[in-house]
Design a protein around this ligand. Sequence first.
Ligand code: NDP
Ligand code: HSE
Length: 428
Amino acid sequence: MKPVKVGLLGLGTVGTGVVRIVEGHQEDLSSQVGSPIIIEKIAVKNSDKTRSINVDKDKLTEDPWEVICDPEIDVIVEVMGGIDHTKEYILEALERGKHIVTANKDLMALHGSEILAKAQEKQCDVFYEASVAGGIPIIRTLIEGFSSDRILKIMGIVNGTTNFILTKMSQEGASYEAVLEEAQRLGYAEADPTSDVEGLDAARKMAILGTLGFRTNVELKDVSVRGISQVSKEDIMYAKNLGYEMKLLGIAEREDDHVSIGVQPTMVRKGHPIASVNGVFNAVYVYGEAVGETMFYGAGAGEMPTATSVVADLVAVIKNLKLGVNGLKAIVPYKAKKLKSDDQISFKNFILLHVDDKAGVLARITQVFAEFDVSLESVVQHPNELNPEAEIIIVTHNATKASMDKVLQHFEGLEVIRKIKSVYRVEG
Ligand code: NDP
Ligand code: HSE
């Protein structure tokens, strides 16, 4: 049995896990694919760096082109991250007929369609299971498990770092900064954690899930994004007191083939399955027209969970190699994209206002909601004994985004409102 030779780009958190699994599970893997799997060459930035695993120094190179251009290598596993130069490596590898496995959501969200088109032209596989929700096999599930259904909603906690931060803030009262540092130390956060906390990482993953789930080309610019950096411990406590958990949620919805996709901190009703997903865990809730509710749960980041998905893709590529069917499974979105307008997107809202504590204030505020046809589920007022300010907490019924934007615009100019303290989407 001729061994299958793999070139690895990157030996950081994920790359290290890939080496551990390929070496540690070699017998199982080779019996599944019918030949040994050998990691032939590994590109790193600094080949003198101390590593947590033993690797043959001769396999290391600081020049990724040495890996890409090696004619012995059949499959490239890209776990180095980055966008422009990485795209160049991958396109060249495809040009040379090599199959690709990548964990790079940044690359796939931005250039996935170009890369997949090249793969199809060259009859190569490009698999990217680890790019969304780490160890959860959600991409294969959307492509294969839901092939017979029409997906209407995908709701995901798809960023482990922010879920880890929100959970620790909620359960331990920990500070945002300290938990972010811990997430970085544990290898969950991106090289630049801004993309985690500002929601960009989740938005990229939702663009990938939206494209696969709705069979239309969802681009990053189609995803509205708000991260967690402005979420305070106070907001989390208000959510808890009202029976909600604060989560950074990606929500993709489809109605009559019009889609909307957004990532935002969301108050999720306790009792909804996604509300109990804590720590670095991710979950993707999928609602299909025929199947109804489903949910997929697991570790969303970290060395071994992510490497599990990467190596599973590697196995899939090699099985296809043996069958001679590489490049036949690419999902090319075929539906014309129709985005929902703000008049078509509707959800419940939580609003926390600081207002003058005097007669008639509540009436002025509820009048604005009525003017824009926003119906209210509950209104609670807390007096503040220390100053003449009161807090008003409002939860709306489903309201269109367009109407809510008008209400909030109106509030900006309303003299009885001292501050619009917080506004969150509510789910469940
Ligand atoms: P790390 O920063 O831990 O590792 C990156 C690796 O790539 C390092 O080994 C580094 O070399 C190498 N590298 C970086 N730039 C170059 C370059 N220009 N030339 C050669 N080698 C280079 O990243 P992660 O392992 O955390 O992430 C890798 C990818 O997987 C990213 O796309 C990330 O978004 C994705 N991902 C990560 C998850 C996680 O939990 N960490 C989960 C899911 C996806 P050196 O070691 O010498 O510095
Ligand atoms: N930084 C990402 C996260 C890694 O925290 O989810 C997994 O994609």
